[in-house]
Design a protein around this ligand. Structure first.
Ligand code: ADP
Ligand code: MG
Length: 232
């Protein structure tokens, strides 16, 4: 429990810092990106590789800023009735090409009747981050299974199962901790964003089960009406 308090404190420190810094970074980045693009279109410059790398690095910083902003922003205002399929169809479409490039297929089974009250864009971000992690864990290809059902006790339950490298047991506790990453170019913020959106914003749960060398299973449960009728 002490660890949990530490984690929460760390998250609020990160949150405060993020809110202040992220906005200040966004504007100069946007103008840098514009200038780099302009130079790329200027035919007199020969070093297009450097410009391409600069542009990619700017995109990367922008992604980190987006993640920090998502962690920092106050949550829970824009809830609407949404279908699980609206979220997952979009996310899988967005990642289909990347998945194909790594010989990964999606096997999705989304009950079309599952709907609940939530923040659509934030939940898209959650599944985008989770499926990306699965793709990044599946060096040798395979199948990512996703299914979604209504449980009899009033939850929308999402299960995402990959055939990736898996996560060692003692690392599972660290998931969601800001900046925890095992990747050379990871931010360690993807799951922090997921935890914030699922647990704090939607009052849901997120749970990881994993076997090293076999794969990882993520179970998310969202209460069908997290705010209660009086707030609708
Ligand atoms: P990042 O992807 O930038 O490293 P995340 O917060 O998304 O940050 O993930 C943190 C860490 O959790 C990853 O670096 C990885 O070690 C581990 N992880 C998350 N999802 C998976 C998965 N599906 N399979 C294996 N490891 C995972
Ligand atoms: Mg990630």
């Amino acid at each position: 429990d002490e660890e949990y308090i530490l984690k929460t404190e760390k998250m609020s420190v990160v949150g405060e810092l993020a809110a202040g810094v992220a906005h200040e970074i966004r504007n100069p980045l946007t103008s840098l990106k514009g200038f780099v693009q302009f130079l790329g279109e200027d035919g007199t410059l020969s070093n297009h590789n450097i410009l391409r790398i600069m542009s990619e690095e700017i995109d990367r910083i922008n992604e980190v800023v987006d993640e920090l902003l998502l962690i920092a922003k106050p949550q829970g205002k824009s809830f609407k009735e949404i279908y699980a399929a609206e979220i997952l169809d979009d996310v899988l479409l967005m990642l289909k090409e990347t998945a194909n490039a790594f010989h990964i297929q999606f096997d999705a089974n989304i009950d079309p009747g599952v709907s609940f009250s939530g923040n659509k864009n934030h939940l898209k971000q959650v599944f985008l981050n989770l499926v990306k992690n699965s793709i990044e864990a599946m060096e040798f290809g395979g199948t990512i299974r996703i299914w979604c059902v209504n449980t009899s006790d009033g939850f929308a339950e999402f299960i995402l199962e990959d055939e990736g490298e898996g996560i060692e047991q003692d690392r599972i506790d660290k998931l969601g901790e800001p900046f925890f990453t095992t990747k050379e170019r990871g931010t360690g913020l993807g799951l922090t964003v997921c935890y914030k959106i699922i647990k704090e914003e939607h009052r849901g749960t997120i749970q990881f089960q994993s076997q090293v060398g076999k794969g990882t299973k993520v179970t998310i449960r969202l209460p069908l009406d997290p705010l209660g009728k009086e707030n609708v």
